[in-house]
Design a protein. Structure first.
Length: 327
């Protein structure tokens, strides 16, 4: 059985006893893979999803012992937070076995994966597209965008940071599932998504951990990060490069150089990207008005140029986003 959750517009629920149907749904939602269930007669698959603009979060169980293997995901990171049962995971020659509550799992995008779950296992699953997570990490660490994050395969869930990550994932899932929850407030939803990514980066050991936990210095890089934070919070403002330079206390030339060093692009390109993200989110959420109206609200007044910039960032046209949202 494949159905929309009764009484809710935002949560999607899937439940089936057919292995092929379960396999197809997981492949469509998360990533291509092979699955083996020794006793398929025990299968009681369930997947509950809560849509979000920048990530996918859900709860999943098979109701039977299952082994999943998959090729490199390439375009995303995947995090498992087990709540019940036992798990064994493997990637890049590292293999770990643990019970729920002991450890979480962070799969990187560039290597095949293996997962084994006991029959009583259910977990939170979070799919994080590669570019947004790496951009968020670069902003926190003060590094250029584009560096892949090399997470440890497993991380401690018994620590206060680990427990806080599980709590935040549960809260975000619950709020996104409610018809009148935080998903109806785009700015708040964006902040909570950012908080989850920040907690993940601060909790899971990686090559960025020393910088993320180090004491920030008051350098030009830290000033640039403050400007980046301002642009993220106020992209609707009429902001010029001169305004941002004044805010940072540097010359426009120094601001241009600082942005290229910290985020890998000019201030204008970064602001345009943030505004495109806002347009994308409004189109996904079914904002009132035409595509042209939504684009104009965010400062895009040339339809042809806007469509080119949108496609360059997201890989498809604004009209295709509207069609997908309607479906």
């Amino acid at each position: 059985m494949h159905r929309r959750h009764a009484g809710a517009d935002r949560q999607l629920s899937f439940r089936t006893a057919d292995l092929d149907t379960a396999h197809a749904q997981v492949a469509e939602t998360f990533a291509g893979h092979d699955v083996h269930v020794p006793n398929s007669r025990e299968l009681d698959f369930r997947l509950d999803l809560a849509p979000a603009p920048r990530l996918t979060i859900g709860r999943m169980s098979y109701g039977a012992a299952a082994t999943l293997t998959g090729p490199p995901m390439r375009l995303c990171y995947h995090v498992n937070l087990p709540v019940t049962g036992e798990s064994t995971v493997e990637q890049s020659g590292v293999r770990r076995s643990f019970v729920a509550g002991e450890a979480g799992v962070a799969f990187g995008p560039q290597a095949p994966v293996l997962v084994q779950w006991s029959a009583d296992s259910w977990q939170y699953h979070i799919k994080l597209p590669k570019d947004p997570l790496e951009a968020h990490a670069a902003k926190l660490a003060g590094r250029p965008i584009g560096e892949e994050i090399r997470f440890d395969l497993t991380f401690d869930l018994t620590s206060s940071a680990g427990q806080a990550l599980v709590a935040t994932a549960g809260f975000l899932y619950a709020e996104l599932s409610r018809p009148d929850g935080i998903s109806t407030i785009p700015a708040a939803c964006h902040e909570l998504e950012s908080a989850l990514m920040t907690q993940l980066l601060m909790t899971v050991p990686s090559q960025l951990t020393p910088e993320l936990h180090g004491k920030p210095a008051h350098t030009r890089r830290s000033k640039i990060r403050e400007v980046v934070d301002y642009v993220d919070r106020h992209p609707e403002d009429e902001i010029t490069t001169a305004d941002l330079a004044t805010m940072a206390g540097v010359s426009e030339r120094a601001l241009q150089a600082g942005f290229r060093e910290v985020v890998g692009m000019s201030p204008t390109a970064y602001l345009r990207g943030v505004r495109l993200d806002r347009v994308h989110r409004e189109l996904i959420c079914g904002a009132p008005g035409s595509v042209t109206d939504v684009a104009a609200r965010w400062g895009f007044f040339h339809p042809g140029r806007f469509a080119q910039q949108y496609r360059a960032r997201f890989g498809f046209l604004p009209s295709e986003t509207v069609q997908r949202a309607r479906r």
